[in-house]
Design a protein around this ligand. Structure first.
Ligand code: BDP
Length: 686
């Protein structure tokens, strides 16, 4: 009898959930309810706050909510206070953020009383790697929402504006307050007058939501766009060119945020082309912007073939420049020392630059974590990063504290995330990729939040509705808990089937999706997977110890000694720092080769488990999103199998050991996967 009742409820749920295309993100279920809003101020931002309350209120009808702007020194920047009477803040934007928090708490069943919330970082930015022709570098969710092609750039349609408004609203709802609108590999044309007009149009839409606009600039712009003979940062005409350009920008966009610069990196021009330093280049731009309150975010993502270990270069180039930058320069540093890999130790620059603000750059778009195909919740990776202890000012000098102003007095605190947003109806290409955008915003606001909290909140906002709430215990146990668990495990699963135990950058080609440990596109030993994994018949892993590249020396003690010794090096980073024999004994008693096999196999099994979990939650999700996730998981699972089979069969050629008997045999062979025979490969490079 009980069973029957359950079945009837489930059928009822299945047929009553309306298809959702995901466009509403975490801001669904808007119905106008009566709430009395008491607010004396008037501004575009406060009007949005009023409107949000009207359409999102879940409290009792007729209740009174006070929005009061009065100065309180316990509230910082655009922070806010929530109490019985409503929202209090020092600024209009603070009120808007407070309103979003109030509504979020109502919808996710959290109390909303006596809370003071101040942002961890003052500048919380998205970096769009969007090109002027509308394509997006490492974008997996369609074309750019900002750019189509240059000829078209001047046309701004009502539809564009509506989309930008929705985008701004989504960002404001999670506290993001700025966006760099174009690719770090910047076209000099970005600064052409007609394109700046488009930037103005975008800025006008984003402004009421508290979002500032920023641009990536090409260091050669004075020569390429301006027709000057040089772009040398110490040249008078060059300095003038930038000053005039900045003036032009501010005449259009008075609250323009500033520039992001990728210089002398991966072929991009920079001050070193003229014998100058990063500081010379950054300071020249900073001087041009300073008068208007603009900033320069100068990227430390630099590497060249001259350095024997790519992981060392950013630290080597930037630490000597500490203290040489202007006050309005921030050094933007990727979380890891190589490049947004599934797992890296933190970049040793964090905490090491003591006189220069450093901002973390995280990658929301899943360039190295399965594009918009694989379900990977990145929050756990970022949490691991924030909590990493740099020891730079004693124990507890975590990356979070070294960047948010707790350890060093800094004029600016900032953080950036490379956006995963495109024209795709659901913005991000995968329904669960939205959770990464969400998590970035939430962590940028509060870097102490846990992934568990963020995932739970996001699931509630993204999947629950009135109907399910009425049946909430069942929904919580049968839907929320298993899906949350899936999300929380998903990144470790990806590490397991892609690059466990500290392996990194063994992707096939520049697409960065599938496995390619054998891959050597230009038959050169540098910057190819064989360079990173260093597998040979003696063992596997990159020796970054004192007997190797000595990258360990860039970490503060006790980390340096800890990483240097394989016995004390955390196993998650083992092959990042060490080249070890295949029969090296792991802590659990297994030999390294077997342990590697178990990790790859575990990763695949985890994804299979994700499929089962998702299949079971069918009654709780609308058909559209259910089917979409289900079919993506199918491909995800196949690709995890390819990763496991490809890597194990390839490495086995060196380890010359059997795959442990209790591990499933590979189903693909190396010919299927495009392996290059390691012996032939060796011959070619010798
Ligand atoms: C790498 C990407 C490349 C970017 C570069 C960067 O593969 O497309 O241009 O980072 O961050 O991860 O500059």
């Amino acid at each position: 009898m009980k069973k029957h009742k359950e079945i009837i409820i489930l059928l009822f749920l299945i047929f009553s959930l309306e298809a959702e295309d995901g466009h509403q993100l975490w801001l669904r279920n808007q119905t106008i309810k009566h709430v009395k809003i008491v607010c004396s101020g008037h501004s575009a931002t406060l009007n949005i706050a009023r409107q949000e309350l009207k359409q999102g209120w879940l409290g009792n009808a007729g209740e009174e909510v006070n929005l009061s702007i009065k100065y309180d020194k316990s509230i910082k920047g655009d922070g806010y206070k929530l109490d019985d009477s409503g929202v209090q803040a020092n600024t209009d934007l603070g009120i808007l953020y407070g309103v979003y928090e109030l509504l979020r708490r109502q919808k996710s069943d959290q109390t909303a009383k006596d809370i003071i919330s101040n942002p961890s970082y003052e500048l919380r930015l998205l970096n769009h790697w969007d090109n002027l022709d509308g394509t997006i570098e490492r974008g997996y969710a369609g074309y750019s929402i900002f750019w189509r092609n240059e000829k078209d750039s001047l046309t701004v349609t009502e539809q564009d504006k509506l989309l930008w408004q929705e985008y701004a609203r989504a960002n404001a709802s999670i506290g993001i307050n700025g966006a760099v609108l174009n690719n770090v590999n910047a076209s000099p044309r970005m600064l052409a007058g007609e394109n700046l007009k488009k930037v103005k149009a975008i800025a006008d839409v984003l402004r009421p939501y508290g979002m500032k606009t920023y641009l990536s600039v090409n260091f050669s712009s004075p020569a390429v766009l301006g027709g000057l003979k040089t772009s040398d940062p110490l040249n008078k005409e060059v300095i003038k060119w930038w000053k005039d350009k900045v003036k032009e920008i501010y005449s259009l966009i008075p609250d323009f945020g500033g520039f992001l610069v990728k210089a002398n990196s991966e072929g991009q021009p920079g001050p070193q082309d003229f014998g100058r330093t990063h500081a010379d280049g950054a300071n020249m731009l900073a001087d041009a912007l300073n008068h208007y309150g603009g900033i320069v975010m100068w990227r430390a993502f630099v590497y060249s073939q001259k350095e024997n270990d790519r992981a060392r270069q950013a630290y080597a180039e930037f630490v000597p420049l500490d203290g040489h930058f202007r006050e309005n320069v921030i050094i933007q540093v990727k979380n890891g020392p190589v490049d947004f890999q599934p797992r890296e130790p933190f970049n040793p620059l964090f905490g090491a630059m003591k006189k220069t603000p450093v901002m973390p750059e995280l990658q929301i778009t899943q360039e190295y974590l399965g594009h918009a195909i694989q379900l990977v919740f990145l929050s756990t990776m970022w949490e691991e990063f924030f909590n990493s202890d740099t020891y730079q000012q004693g124990a507890g000098s975590t990356v979070a504290r070294c960047t948010d102003g707790s350890v060093y007095a800094q004029k600016y605190t900032a953080i950036a995330g490379v956006a995963n947003i495109g024209l795709d109806m659901n913005w991000c290409g995968h329904p669960f990729a939205q959770a990464n955008w969400y998590a970035f915003g939430r962590l940028a606001w509060n870097n102490k939040l846990t992934s568990d909290e963020i995932a739970e909140e996001w699931i509630k906002l993204t999947f629950s509705d009135q109907l399910e709430n009425s049946n909430s215990r069942d929904w919580y146990e049968q839907f929320l808990l298993p899906v949350k668990e899936l999300m929380l495990q998903s990144r470790e699963a990806a590490v397991n089937y892609m690059m466990p135990l500290g392996l990194h950058h063994i992707f096939a080609g520049h697409h960065h999706y599938g496995p390619g440990p054998w891959y050597a596109p230009d038959i050169r030993p540098d910057w190819t997977p064989p360079y990173y994994h260093q597998a040979d018949t003696n063992g596997i892993g990159f020796n970054r110890t004192r007997t190797g590249s000595n990258a360990v020396a860039q970490y503060h003690e006790p980390l340096c000694s800890q990483f240097n010794d394989p016995e004390t090096c955390p196993e998650i980073y083992l092959l990042w720092f060490h080249h070890l024999p295949w029969d090296y004994k792991m802590k659990n008693g297994r030999i390294l080769w077997d342990e590697l096999c178990y990790h790859y196999d575990k990763g695949l099994h985890q994804v299979r488990e994700f499929q089962k979990i998702w299949d079971k939650v069918e009654p709780y999700v609308d058909k559209q999103r259910f089917t979409e996730v289900q079919s993506k998981l199918r491909r995800h699972c196949r690709d995890a199998q390819i990763w496991k089979d490809g890597c194990l069969l390839y490495f086995q050629q060196f380890s010359r050991r059997p795959i442990p008997y209790d591990i499933e045999r590979p189903i693909y062979d190396l010919y299927d996967l495009g392996n290059m025979d390691p012996l032939t490969y060796k011959k070619v490079i010798e």
